[in-house]
Design a protein around this ligand. Structure first.
Ligand SMILES: [Zn+2]
Length: 145
């Protein structure tokens, strides 16, 4: 992303939460996410709107980033494989309506044809980012749904 894109999104977040970041906080967020695409950053922000009651700090951004495997919709097309299950995407999305909660949930399952979308929070190299979150395989999620 370019700095103007970053600033625009930050302005939106500040308006949304009615609070402002200080310079140190902004520098840290940009240091971490500045090299990512603005689409990915905005995706993270949209998740934060659903999750955070208060102005998210760097740790919140990083958490959402780690919890949501990177799905760059342009990438899979470039290197499509012949897998029948995921059609070469490396992952499959499933939807399920949960009546008790009156909500439709979307589940992402990684395909066993590639490790690209496999995620295990416990195996995270950086101790601070370790989490219980891991992605299920297509086989596992079929059993679960
Ligand atoms: Zn596959």
């Amino acid at each position: 992303m370019v700095i103007d894109e970053f600033k625009k999104t930050i302005t939106q977040i500040q308006r949304y939460y009615g609070k402002e970041y200080n310079e140190v906080q902004l520098n840290e967020i940009y240091k971490y996410f500045g090299k990512m695409s603005i689409a990915r950053f905005n995706f993270i922000v949209s998740k934060l709107y659903q999750k955070n009651k208060y102005l998210p700090i760097l740790a919140d951004f990083v958490e959402v980033h780690k919890e949501n495997p990177y799905v760059d919709y342009k990438k899979p097309e470039e290197k499509k494989n012949e897998c029948e299950i995921c059609k070469g995407l490396g992952f499959v999305l499933y939807k399920r309506f949960i009546e008790e909660m009156d909500r439709e949930y979307e589940f992402m399952a990684h395909c066993t044809c590639t490790d690209e979308y496999k995620y295990d929070g416990m195996k995270c190299k950086n101790d601070r980012n370790k989490s219980q979150y891991f992605s299920k395989s297509v086989e596992e999620i079929k059993r679960f749904l």
